[in-house]
Ligand binder design. Sequence first.
Ligand code: ADP
Ligand code: MG
Ligand code: MG
Length: 208
Amino acid sequence: MDATTTLSTRAWIDRFIAAVERESSELTELDRKAGDGDYGTNLRSALRRTAANLDAEPSESPRAVFTAVSDAFLNTGGTSGPLFGMWFREFAKALGADVTTSALAEAATNAAAVVQRLGKAEVGHKTMVDAMVPAAQALADAADRGVDVHTALAEAARAARAGAASTEQLLARRGRASYVGENARGVVDPGALTVAMFFRAATDEAPA
Ligand code: ADP
Ligand code: MG
Ligand code: MG
């Protein structure tokens, strides 16, 4: 694909929804081992609301698309719903008519900060933050180097994937997984994995 080709946010979200549909039982299984087992259900209902919001939204601007996603998550239960809702809201705020690497970097940086403030989670607490922060750092680094959007998002996807993988050996310090102590060790955090799936869906390239 041409490096300057415009990224369709609508297609990005459609691929994200499809990826979650494929893996929702795995995501729920992770939350069953180190939580209450409703993660995949929560995520799927947020994405069903997202699809309905997008069907009702005539604009395909990044702002309109991410507002539809954010509103859907904010109206979904579980700890993850409102946190993802506030995360996606920063993408709606920062992205203008076109998706650029620097706007993505701004979005992801602000979004990770909002989630950290609301959830009081640091990197290493075994939450979605463990993927959000390295993805934001990768995008900021890509923006500094003037990298095109597709390359930047592929780098963010790799960083988020590595961040999600790093949660496997951690004990949880936040969320329900923190109630199960050692039993959470060996279980990847499903929220972090979802963040990796989201960035991976942007470019639809083979995982690194
Ligand atoms: P619940 O515990 O309410 O059932 P979900 O199953 O909807 O929550 O979501 C669990 C996910 O939420 C975890 O995988 C983790 O990534 C994320 N999470 C939980 N607590 C926090 C927190 N304080 N800060 C950031 N993320 C969190
Ligand atoms: Mg849960
Ligand atoms: Mg729950």
